[in-house]
Each structure stands twice: as C-alpha cells, then as structure tokens.
Design a protein around this ligand. Sequence first.
Ligand code: MGD
Ligand code: MGD
Ligand code: MO
Length: 743
Amino acid sequence: MSNEHFSSPKEQAGGLPAVASSLRHVFGKAGVVRGTKALLDLNQAGGFDCPSCAWPDPDRDRSHAEFCENGAKAIASEAMAKTIDREFFAAHSVAELMAQGDAWHDLQGRLAEPMLLREGATHYEPVSWEDAFSLIAGELRGLDSPDEAVFYTSGRASNEAAFLYQLFVRAYGTNNLPDCSNMCHESSGLAMRDAIGVGKGTVTTEDFLEAEVILCVGQNPGTNHPRMLSTLEDAVEKGARLVAVNPLKEAGLLGFAHPQHLRGMLGNASPLASSYLQVKVNGDMALFRGVAKALVAAGTIDHEFIRKHGSGYEAYRTLLVATAWDDIEDLSGISRDKIEELANLMGAGEKRLVTCWAMGLTQHRNAVATIREIANVHLLLGAIGRPGAGLCPVRGHSNVQGDRTVGIFEKMPEWFLAALEKQAGVPVPRKHGYDTVASILAMHEGSAKVFFALGGNFAQATPDSAFTAMALRKCRLTCHVSTKLNRSHLIHGRLALILPCLGRSDEDGGQFVSTENSMGIVQSSQGRLKPASEHLLSEPEIVARLAEATLGDIGNIRWRWLAADYDRLRTWIEAVVPGFDRYNERIREPGGFYLPNAAKERIWNTSNQRANFSLAPLDAFHAAPGRLLLQTLRSHDQFNTTVYGLNDRYRGISGMRDLVFLNPQDLTDLGVKPGQRIDVTSHWSDGERHLNGFRAIPYEMPRGSAAAYFPEANVLVPVGHVAEGSGTPASKSIEVSITPSQG
Ligand SMILES: Nc1nc2c(c(=O)[nH]1)N[C@H]1C(S)=C(S)[C@@H](COP(=O)(O)OP(=O)(O)OC[C@H]3O[C@@H](n4cnc5c(=O)[nH]c(N)nc54)[C@H](O)[C@@H]3O)O[C@H]1N2
Ligand SMILES: Nc1nc2c(c(=O)[nH]1)N[C@H]1C(S)=C(S)[C@@H](COP(=O)(O)OP(=O)(O)OC[C@H]3O[C@@H](n4cnc5c(=O)[nH]c(N)nc54)[C@H](O)[C@@H]3O)O[C@H]1N2
Ligand SMILES: [Mo]
C-alpha cells in the first residue's frame, strides 16, 4: 500500500500536527457536536477525568482545553455515536470478527446491548440483563470453590465501581483479583513499599517546578503522557535540567511545541532534555549503581539524612566499592565519564532531584531491583520527602492507582481485609489470590473455570498470546464488562457474555464518580454525553445486580441500595480506607483532595520504620551471542490494545504496525535491507515462539536491541518470563533471533 512508509524520526513533539490530529479524530469519530462537548468538559473541574492517562491536571489555571492529542483520540474512540448491536453481531460471526484487526474493532462503535455466545454457537445473540446476571450467578454458584473464578480489573474503573466490585468478589469468597497493574507498575509498588513504605509516587507537579534535576527514565511521555510535557517545559523554563534515559531517541523528550500556546502552534519547540543517555535495554540498574558509586566517591551525599532515616547504608557502600566500573560500563552501555557527569549534576546544588519512570523499567526480570537502585540514589541524596525532590512512577491507566487504593489487589494487607469485613458484616477470605500471570496458568491447567473482567482486553494485553488464548478457551464462562468490541470477546470460553457499560464521558443519571491520579489526588469525574444506547448500565449497577443475583443481600450489604447513590459507596470507602475522611464533602471541592503519603512526611512505614537501601547483585538480562534483546512498546496511535490508527508519527512511521526497529548496523550485519521482511523467534526454556513477516526498520538505538509494538509482539513474550518478586511479564526483555523472511 502506498501510504505505508518510514522516514526519519521527529525531534520534537506537539505543535500543529498534534492539534490537527486531535481534531481529525474527535470530529471524525464522535461528530462535531458530541466531540466539542466532550472536549470542553475534559479535565475541567466538574467535568470528567480523561480516560487516557493518569497524569494530574494542573492544580490551578486549567486552560479551556486541558487535553492532549492522545486524550482526544481516547475521547473520540469512547464518544462515538455509532453503535454495534444485535444486527451487527448477526451479520458477523465470531470467526469473521477474529479475522479483523484491532483498529477495525475500535472503529465499529460502542457496544449497545448485552450479548451472549451460547455453547457451540458461531454468532453472539442478544440477551436480557436479567438473564445475563442469572446465567453468571448460576455459573459462579456452581463452582466447587470460589477460587475457581477469576475477576480481572482494568484501570479505568472508578473508585466507586472498583470498591463495590472487590466487595462482591471477597464476599463471594476469593481474592482472585488480578488487574492491569500486575502488568504495569507492580514492580514499582513493591520496590517502593520495601524501600520507603509507600507504593506510590511522592511528588506533586509543584515539585517539578522546584526541581534542579529531573530524570525521565524508561518512559515516552510525548506519546503516553503528553500533558506531562507542559509540566516538563515549565520546569525546564524555571531552570531544571532534564535528563532522558532511554535506549531510543524519543521526540517528546527532545523538544516540545505546546499545541495550545501560540508559540508552540507556530512550531517553535522548547528544547527539553539537556542530556540523553541511550542506555542499553535493561542497563538501568548498572547505570544507577554507577551514579551511586560516583556520588559516594565524591562524597556529595546527604550524611545527615542517611544517619537519621536510612538503613543498610554501610553494606551498600561496601557493595558500591566492590562493583567494578568495567561491569557498570559494560552492562549499562554508558561510559564512566557520562555517569560521573550525571552524578556531579545530581550531587551539586540542593540535590532537588525528581526521577520519573514507567514501563521501560517495570517490565524487566530485574525490575524491582532496578527501581530499588533508583531509590538508593535518592536516599543517598536525601532526595525524598522535601520540596523539589522525590520518586515519580508515572502511572498508566487513568484510575489504576485508585483501584489499588480501594482494594483491587490479589493480596491486600490484613488491615484492609479486617476493616472491610467489619464494615460489610461478612467474612472475607485471607488466602492470597491469583495475579494476572497466575490466573492465566490456573485457567490453562483447569483450576480456574470462570473469567470475569471489569474492563480491559485480557486476551490481547497479556503475554504469550497463544498460551493465554488456550487458557481462556478452557473456561466454562468468559464475561466482559466493556465499552468497545475487542479480541477478548472473541477468544472465549464455553459460554461468553458481553455486558456493555457507560464510559467516562457518558451521563450517568446525574451522578459523578471519582478517580485518583498519579500524584495521589482524588477528584470527581462526571460525564455529560447522552449514552450511545439506552441499554447501557453503569459499572456500579452491573456489579450490584450481579452480586445480588449471586449472593443476595448479606451481612450489612444491600447491593442495589449501595449502588443507587454513589455517596453511599463513598461512605463505605471512607469507613474502610484511611485518608478518605469527609470523602463526600471534599470530593465536591474543585480539584478534589490529596491522599496522605507518609513518605512525603519522611515517615517510613517499612518493617523497620526506616528508609531501606537495597543490596541486590548487579545484573542485566543478556541475550546469547548472535541474538538480540527485544522490547515491546506503544506507538503514537494506540491506547494499550486499542489501536486508533497505523501511524507512529514521532518515530517517522506511517500506515503500518508490523515492524521491528533495529540498529542500522545490526540490520547490515543480519544481511537485511531497510523495510525488508524478517522472521523473529523468541527463545525461552520451554521452547520457541514466532512472529513472521514483519518489516525491519532502522532506528537509532543501542546495538543488540530491537523494539516492536505491543500487542502484536505479545506472541513472543513467554508466560513464565516475569519480573522477580512482582510477577510482571518481562515484556521489555525478550531474547530473540532474527532472520530474513523466506519466500
Ligand atoms: N496515548 C497513550 N497513552 C498511554 C498509553 C497508551 O497506550 N497510549 N498507555 C497507558 C499505560 S497503561 C501506561 S502503563 C503508560 C505507558 O507509558 P510508557 O512506559 O511510556 O510506554 P511504552 O511505550 O511501553 O514505553 C516504554 C519506553 O521505555 C523505553 N524503554 C524500553 N526498555 C527500556 C530500558 O530497558 N531502559 C530504559 N531506560 N528505557 C527503556 C522505550 O524505548 C520507551 O520509550 O502510558 C499510558 N498512557
Ligand atoms: N507486551 C506488552 N504487553 C503489555 C504492555 C507492554 O508494554 N508490552 N503493557 C501492559 C500494561 S502497562 C497494561 S496497563 C495492560 C493493559 O491491559 P488492559 O487494561 O486489559 O487493556 P486496555 O487495552 O487498556 O483495555 C481496553 C478495553 O477496555 C474497555 N474499556 C475502555 N473503557 C472502559 C470503561 O470505562 N469501562 C469498561 N468496563 N471497559 C472499558 C474497552 O472495551 C477496551 O477494548 O497491558 C499490558 N501488556
Ligand atoms: Mo499500564
């Protein structure tokens, strides 16, 4: 096709092309009137929270258009007036739908009525809500143990929906509550809880403006958190030095032309990163250990902080001394000079350092150890719990952090379970549940038989696509609460159900919900668009009716009464989760409220009540000679598994997703020409996995590395290859070999 091509990557993000792209998506899909209404309400006090990412809105001075290009795409996709109903499903068999691509699925429109796929049927058929709930309830009650059911959550569910959902699941009798966070920031949460006693970031946007140095590690904000670029631009203007750590040159880290400021519209970009370290894939642990070694050698550390708050410093110092620079340089791919330069920058001045990171760190085998190494550097500098300094894991889904806060976790701590039990007046199980990977394994071996999902696209988002598909197909029932058609509806169990729900931008009987962003701010979100179909139910109502059908009212729980008024749900959250005092009152204040964060106050809720250095052996994931290390990443035209289009503008890609980025010299050594088709094989202890006929695209990145788009490349990710401790699929360290395609 003539519109498929690749060219040089861009050196800045934003600008007029971003505005043009926003408008094309919004007006093209949602229509001019719905599109304009949605955009005007987006991220405004009293409006709805953007479903695209978890970056916070400015505390004050919200512009009339507080959205970004990719937020606009998310809204355009959700606010589509076009619907898919019984006629659509009668016209297209499941097999036909399976043959279509993810972008086509998204274009078909909003799911409009509950649909059932009977055993052996080729087509989905309509079903009433009542019958749908009694069918699921029957299946759930028919299991030998509640632990034979799995209840997945994706991070768009509101606090209210998520709280009610976990209450139902636990009252039913299991902690099998895997969520997208298992594949996302689980490694960050675990590392931070052990180091500083909270699993969340410790900074606010104000801290960015006071920082001297900001590190952006393993993150592509130009595409995935575009509103973060305006915060970075402001910080750089105020004098902060931004250092990017990324194997790939990403346009959004190089420069930013603010699409809502005249200067930016005219294409005048502000330079962002003052230095760009093209670390080897998975070389970050070595890089940060090198920084720590240099800081300790130079003596530019905060002795008082370490003495007063730290634990394990002496042993860590011994470890640093014993680590050879040769190993650090070899594993990180960054020279000692450059590492010392970075350490000098951090150790100078008042050590106001903010470190941000995302999936480039969390999805590796040693992810937890890598993030602990970053925490070590912050502890050396005392760069935590004071203005302009702290740790900032940049969350993905818009309410993934809130879902965790209100109980979506397969191993919630005892204090939460005890408080929930007391409030609900029903026993709550204590045995830990399955996380995402454990759920796949359990379904595959037949010990989990019902799969229920509150949002998301489990079949596409999870690793090892063929293995996971087999796991889902073994289930007695797969059931999805969804807004849009996706592949998880098509890779189904013996019976399958699609339960269509309201989205963020939809009017919900005048009620509002609440979400928590990446910085621990809880805010209200109220949609105002007329729902795409009269048959849609809100997520809380779906959960309540299912719970009622399955369990009836029990203990203190009157399901439908609770869900009928979200203030009641918030009262329950307040009773169970600390930090939500006067929830109903404070959520009505413009901008919402901050949840408490002990580490910000230098209170360490760790086992020893101190901030802990970690002492992990230095390592990096190695590919065998002749093989490469492949990472899976997002293009500019997708939200996770929702594919909006086939371009990746900043990386110079048009009209295609079936590609692998490679270092130009590696391409030559492989005997492959730019654009030529290649076969990719991943290697793991249990055998090989294949992705054939993709195109080789030259890109500036360290030798020996490769990158391909998620979800297509998930076929290559072995289900057993996970981050140690957190269980997050290591989908950014896949060992592969590449050969020219045959034929
Ligand atoms: N438009 C849009 N917005 C989104 C999403 C989306 O799909 N589309 N997804 C949302 C979600 S759920 C999430 S979690 C976030 C994801 O946000 P990101 O983490 O930015 O997403 P990825 O595309 O996975 O990008 C990973 C980045 O890490 C780099 N990287 C890979 N391996 C390494 C490594 O070993 N070391 C270092 N230093 N860097 C590495 C890659 O080159 C890439 O720049 O975005 C959220 N926002
Ligand atoms: N190889 C590889 N795999 C990855 C990643 C990677 O970088 N590489 N990233 C991982 C990460 S960070 C994440 S977070 C996961 C994402 O995993 P998921 O959260 O499971 O996937 P999404 O693509 O975000 O889910 C999209 C679907 O959610 C539904 N949806 C959208 N809005 C709503 C709503 O308001 N309510 C309901 N009920 N449904 C809604 C729509 O039907 C849509 O099709 O993928 C992970 N998988
Ligand atoms: Mo994520």
